[in-house]
Design a binder for this molecule. Structure first.
Ligand code: UD1
Length: 352
């Protein structure tokens, strides 16, 4: 298949490029080389045969030219992370939503009808919990007064009792809690509107916390795995926020690349106008404190420090059920948490 891969110079995108080429697809990368993650302004080494185009997905002419001769789009280009403050909002919305809208309009004109969209687990907000008394509940945003007092667990919205975190599935209500999350919801909704109007087929891959070799170094836009990995490399203790009990699912970038390949190859068999979402997680839940400890131990670094700090936009737990991806696309993760973190502790990071 001839595939336009947006964001193909990035951490996840370049792993997808390698996997698609390895499976025999022809790949054209379009990447803006955003300075936050490409400080040198040069693309990373891409596999032989990948055509690289430097350009912004928000630019109509660039996208039109990049789509020429393509059969499908794998849309990874995005600004990620929690960011610094609300001054980041226009950039998140510009890169993620305006960029997606420009791409979708161009795809409709060019009659390219197959799309894999890089989504995120953050669209679920606080996710799914069970109250012993009230069953499945969806807690509201955490309150500053609770966070300041060190009460990090969201209580039952009906009785205030402690909750047990659960796995969220793809049919859960979307409930973004920060600007980045809102921009990822909008990307999905724009893609869905495009599918309906243009007879397109969309597969959304809602990534969990992706990590692995080539991850960008620590910046306010970097994931926690990269921040801890960089701290260990500097001989510093990883600084764990809240009480370290936040639950996440760390999925290796090679497994995410494999999910993209499976999603792309399954698009052909889908009905025009259809949208299908998949959670992409390893299925193995760990706390942020455990992840910090695993990285520090494997890297021979200092033990983590639990700081009690918090970031208002963070959700407490996000853990997904990735059963649909396994069942429908025959995907399964190949890298365990223990092996992945041991390797990541010594893997090269990107940039700076
Ligand atoms: C991450 C990704 C997001 C992705 C989502 C998928 C980033 C920045 N965020 O969101 O793009 O869509 O996974 O689920 O890549 N923490 C610390 N110490 C630090 C920094 C963070 O303890 O120095 C904690 C945070 O408080 C939070 C957890 O680590 O509880 C995860 O943080 P982070 O990786 O930034 O964001 P996610 O919400 O998991």
């Amino acid at each position: 298949m001839d595939v336009l891969l947006t964001g193909g110079a990035g951490f996840i995108g370049s792993a997808v490029a390698r996997r698609l080429v390895g499976a025999g697809h022809r790949v054209r990368v379009l990447d803006a080389l955003l300075p936050a993650v490409h400080p040198s302004g040069r693309p990373p080494g891409l596999p032989d045969g990948v055509e690289f185009r430097h350009g912004d997905v928000r630019d109509r002419t660039t996208v039109e030219q990049a789509l020429h001769g393509m059969e499908a789009v794998c849309h990874q280009a995005a600004m990620v992370g929690l960011g610094l403050d609300l001054d980041d909002a226009p950039d998140y919305v510009g890169c993620n939503d305006l960029g997606t809208a420009v791409l979708l309009a161009a795809m409709a004109r060019a009659e390219v009808s197959q799309l894999v969209l890089a989504g995120s687990m953050v669209v679920y907000g606080e996710g799914r919990y069970t109250c012993a008394e009230h069953g499945a509940v969806a807690p509201g945003p955490r309150r500053t007064v609770d966070l300041d007092a060190g009460r990090f667990e969201p209580p039952c919205p009906r009785c205030g009792a402690p909750l047990a975190p659960d796995l969220v599935d793809e049919d859960a209500v979307l409930d973004p809690r920060n600007v980045y999350a809102a921009s990822k919801v909008a990307q999905e909704q724009l893609s869905s509107a495009w599918a309906r109007a243009a007879g397109g087929r969309v597969t959304v891959l809602r990534y969990h916390n992706v990590y692995g070799p080539g991850m960008p170094r620590d910046t306010p836009y970097a994931g926690v795995a990269s921040i801890f990995r960089s701290a260990v490399a500097r001989g510093e203790a990883p600084r764990v926020f809240e009480d370290g009990g936040q639950r996440r699912d760390f999925v290796h970038v090679a497994d995410v690349a494999e999910a993209n390949l499976a999603a792309l190859e399954a698009l052909r068999g889908r009905d025009p106008g259809s949208v299908r979402c998949y959670n992409v997680g390893s299925g193995s839940v760990h706390t942020i404190g455990e992840m910090a400890a695993a990285l520090a131990a494997a890297g021979g670094g200092r033990a983590p420090v639990v700081t009690g700090q918090y970031r208002l936009g963070d959700v407490r737990h996000i853990t997904a059920d990735s059963g649909r991806l396994r069942a429908e696309l025959a995907w399964s993760p190949s890298v365990s948490f223990a092996d992945g973190m041991a390797d990541f502790a010594h893997a090269p990071l990107r940039g700076v």
